[in-house]
Write a protein that binds this ligand. Sequence first.
Ligand code: GAL
Length: 730
Amino acid sequence: MGSIWKMLGISGLVFTVLFLSLVCSSVRADVSYDDKAFIINGKRRILVSGSIHYPRSTPEMWPDLIQKAKDGGLDVIQTYVFWNGHEPSPGKYNFEGRFDLVKFIKLVHQSGLYVHLRIGPYVCAEWNFGGFPVWLKYVPGIEFRTDNQPFKVAMQRFVQKIVDMMKSESLFEPQGGPIIMSQIENEYGPVEWELGAAGKAYTAWAAKMAVGLDTGVPWIMCKQDTAPDPIIDTCNGFYCEGFRPNKPYKPKMWTEAWSGWYTQFGGPVPHRPAEDLAFSVARFVQNNGSFFNYYMYHGGTNFGRNAAGLFVATSYDYDAPIDEYGLLNEPKWGHLRDLHKAIKQSEAALVSSYPTVTWPGKNQEVHVFRSKSGACAAFLSNYDRTYPTKLTFRNIQYDLPPWSISILPDCKTEVYNTARISSMSSQAKMVPISGDLSWQSYNEQTPSADDSDTLAMDGLWEQINVTRDSSDYLWYLTEVGIASDEGFLKSGQWPLLTVMSAGHALHVFINGLLSGTVYGSLDSTKLTYGGNVDLRAGINKISLLSVAVGLPNAGMHYERWNTGVLGPVTLQGLNEGTRDLTKQRWSYKAGLKGESLSLDTVSGSSSVEWIEGLLLAQKQPLTWYKTTFDAPEGSDPLAIDMISMGKGEIWINGQSIGRHWPGYKAKGSCGECNYAGTFSEKKCQRGCDQPSQRWYHLPRSWLKSSGNLLVVFEEWGGDPTQISLVKRTT
Ligand code: GAL
């Protein structure tokens, strides 16, 4: 036989490898699991994972982010798949630019890391509509995430499409690719419980459908203790040490170890101390956990209109180990890297046995792992929240700070303690770049009910039903006739206009003049405008600009939640008493004039006449601003300081960098941050009474060397001359 291979030019060694790999792959899958851990190519592994969502950064940033994740000791990158980004209209797919999923996965592969692909397609994730395309809501008879045929058909089609795409690119591990696990659904457990029988049927269907796709790698359902075999149920939370999978033969996995939390406009900036995060991870591992994933490892930016409802901010920094701009968030990144090193040094013992647990003293706990071949690793804990302790283990005394765990990979040498930080901390700075921007302005006109491009209907219509989320903005326009003998015209006691809206923000114009602005709170997006309005005898124009700030991403049947002015709308204080405007004729105009003219683009912006110099609009509502600038030198990440502005959206060279809303100041409790204790997203908050988000990331890769067009649409009125470019440095 040797001579045949010689003739074919294949050496004996290569043949042996080929033969062995054929034999091996025919007798077992490359990725499987048991009660202890994931098994990759026959080896149980402790897997360190981190979430990086590909559309929350630019493809140019991906290689550096992945490298930093690798340097931080990660084995796996976890990402959701964002359906609404990939299928913006039915059957029209987009896998380009930030949505180039295959490219992202291939880059992770090239760096030698694995991928956990959370196909969902429900993702939650503070992403608009939880990742579902808005058109899905309008499929006849549909109900999301339940035993509903139209939904199941659409979901299966998308999941199948993604799996087929991954297979055709050979991206699953058994094909030689990096994907070692997938996820179907997301935190469906509580929803199933609420829905009862329909929820159970849907879970059974989703599990069967996913497993039937034959990816060759295990599936996961997070936060769902009903996950049917062979799907693994996993934990999400700030702490997961007490979690148990639903079957004794499944490994204990933590799909979302929250490294911080997301920011909302109107809320403070969450912070999770590195010590507590490290403590929670070490505690999980000593309690038998073998997979943990930082959600997020790099949060990034909610570019465009991708941020979800309830005022999720444009920054999705998350206080993650790599910050929004791609820089290391120290000491968190370094402290976790050191933790991962210590865990990896202990891996052989960790995957070989269940620990022996002892309690040598008050609030003290010792976990010892031993392998048959003699490896030994110990985790020593002090659960006291206030006092350090001296713990004696195998005749050696160890000093443990409060609320901390020490790791001894050889059962002797303490290489790491979760509360002792040895990496340097860094304070990221925003440094202004000199050079004033020279602005021009253009006023967005208030449309009239009789404009030819409006749509007239009786009564008030739900906003998304009209806009299909093509824009944040919907004008509700109507007219009110006032007789010349109305009493208020003489008395000057102006009638009270009341407008009830499901949210999320509202500007009220009377005869073209702004009469008030209201917006929802972080507890509820619902709002009510109430104001005395200056009406004249004759026909008066009432123009309501209703503004959506992202669609909901979570909650029972959130597809049924409403946006916009649904009424009642009333006028009180007329001769007749109260006039109800709710059911009268209203005209609708979706989007802004500036949007339809594409003012954010180079060609579009030249279609109108802009004003500059002394006439530049300042502190005027509904104003477009534009300027051009050359790319600043160097490679530091860039941002725009929007402190002088109120609310709106920003574009660079036609790309939306997201909504700005520095006018919404943070309400929260920015008290003392004592990490030793059970952490929640309400603890350790920062930036109270400041704008929730002042700086907006301007990706370098969206800039040309010169003549970059920066466009801002401002709803409230601001001073653009104070807007500045800054660079982020540490
Ligand atoms: C989880 C969810 C994630 C994300 C997170 C909060 O419950 O699975 O997608 O929304 O909460 O950031």
